[in-house]
Design a protein around this ligand. Structure first.
Ligand code: ADP
Length: 456
């Protein structure tokens, strides 16, 4: 599970828990309020009923008419007040009975006759009933509030326990699943920084950390590869420099020695020229590569006929090897390009010299030029050793060299990377088609003048 998803889930669960605890508390307090109101009504009812019973006893004992009238009024007031606290039909009935018997008593006593004592006893009994109903109701309310109190305690304890367990679980999860991989990545970085280039970060834990570890491992692979390539590059540069320098040294020794014959001069000059141009090309590639790396590749764009570029490059190479035969395929009409002519020539020089170099057994080397809908395409084809499918994706990387078992061809692995950067700077591309043992075709696609204008 991803760190983000796990933490979101935890927050959602805590929020839901807090929401349900809040709703339960609101319902609980509303319920408790109702119960308290019921309890208060019952107690008020009991108080009034007991006051009425006392007034009734005083009424029975009193001899004075005015005192009796006062008590009668007080009883009637208390009766009507106690109706406000009636909460059930039984209570209402008890109060109505009490009022009815009391009325009967007062009416009889107003006629001057001696009222029968049964009415007052019945009133007393009705009030007694009213009191016991209210006491029962008060007990019910008390029991209800105790039940609610218990329920509230249970909710509080449950929410507390769930939160404590949830928080502990998330902390354990964070330290085991989330933090351990972080420490793993940190340790791998530390070790890598001390020079142990084979060390990689463990890829486990949440998605995000797996991504970071994989990213670090990829970067470590690239750095290790670059380190290896640079070492190989230095070895290749040293090796490649040694050959022309040794040839130049031998030529110089012969030329300066007494044994130098005039007919040897032109062949020795040819050797010197070739070796110097090979050295020049190597140093040029190194300089260009350094310029490209530091972002200082300046291009001087001009309008030119692509056929002339192809022709010039072809002339340079067409006599350079006796074991190859060279073909140039050009269209009849000019093809206009807006490019840095010298740099495009450099790209084609590189592709042609590779075509010769990587077909040691000879064969046809063809330079063709054609125009597609909105592209100019230079094609350099050979019948050489070819490149394996696994190595094709890497040949444009600086210092990368594809190797075939048993084939040893000198080079530093910079030509194609420089060529690709130059073509990219012209908004073009270099696809390659190749087959081991059959040959290779590099195509340089550049936008035509029309496309350049349209995109400008
Ligand atoms: P270099 O030729 O100095 O090694 P490049 O950058 O020109 O460097 O080429 C990179 C690699 O691509 C070469 O080492 C070689 O393995 C492969 N390559 C380039 N051109 C060809 C070709 N025409 N045929 C076969 N392999 C090629």
């Amino acid at each position: 599970m991803s760190l983000h998803r796990a933490l979101s889930l935890f927050v959602v669960i805590v929020a839901l828990l807090a929401l349900s605890a809040g709703i339960s508390l609101v319902l609980l307090t509303t319920y408790l309020h109702h119960t308290t109101v019921d309890l208060e009504n019952s107690l008020q009812g009991v108080r009034l009923a007991e006051e009425m019973q006392i007034d009734l006893l005083n009424y029975v004992r009193s001899e004075s008419e005015s005192e009796k009238l006062k008590l009668e009024n007080a009883l009637r007031r208390a009766l009507s007040e106690s109706r406000r606290y009636v909460g059930s039909p039984d209570e209402g009935e008890a109060l109505s009975d009490a009022a009815r018997f009391l009325d009967m008593h007062f009416q009889t006593s107003r006629t001057g006759k001696e009222p029968p004592p049964g009415n007052l006893r019945a009133t007393f009994g009705a009030l007694e009933r009213f009191v016991s109903i209210n006491i029962e109701q008060a007990n019910d309310s008390l029991r209800e509030s105790e039940r609610l109190d218990e329920f509230g305690d249970r909710i509080g304890i449950t929410v507390g326990i769930v939160l404590a367990i949830g928080t502990t679980a998330i902390l354990i999860w964070l330290s085991k699943v989330a933090f351990r991989p972080v420490f793993g990545i940190r340790d791998a970085m530390k070790e890598f920084a001390t020079g142990r280039r084979h060390v990689r970060a463990p890829v486990h834990g949440p998605e995000e950390l797996r991504g970071i570890a994989a990213q670090f491992n990829e970067m470590a692979d690239t750095l290790a590869r670059q380190h290896h390539n640079q070492a190989a590059f230095l070895a290749a540069v040293a090796h490649d420099l040694r050959n022309p320098i040794a040839a130049l040294k031998t030529a110089a020794e012969i030329l300066s020695g007494p044994a130098a014959k005039p007919d040897q001069l032109s062949s020795l000059m040819g050797v010197i020229k070739r070796q110097v141009s090979s050295l020049d090309r190597m140093v040029g590639d190194l300089l260009d590569s350094a310029r490209i790396e530091s972002g200082h590749l300046d291009l001087k764009f001009e309008e030119c006929d692509a056929r002339l570029i192809a022709q010039d490059v072809f002339n340079l190479f067409s006599t350079s090897s006796a074991t190859h035969h060279f073909d140039l395929v050009l269209p009849e009409n000019p093809i206009w390009l807006y490019c840095d002519r010298i740099r495009i020539e450099q790209v084609l020089n590189n592709l042609l010299s590779n075509a010769i170099k990587y077909s040691p057994g000879g064969g046809a080397v063809t330079l063709a030029l054609k125009e597609d809908t909105d592209e100019v395409v230079f094609q350099v084809a050979d019948q050489g050793i070819g490149i394996s499918a696994e190595q094709v994706p890497y040949i444009f990387e600086p210092f990368r060299r594809a190797r075939l078992p048993g084939v040893e061809i000198p080079g530093v692995g910079l030509g194609l990377s420089v060529a690709q950067r130059i073509v990219n700077a012209h908004h073009g591309r270099i696809p390659v088609e190749t087959e081991i043992g059959k040959g290779t075709v590099f195509s340089v696609h550049l936008p035509t003048m029309n496309r350049k204008r349209a995109s400008a």
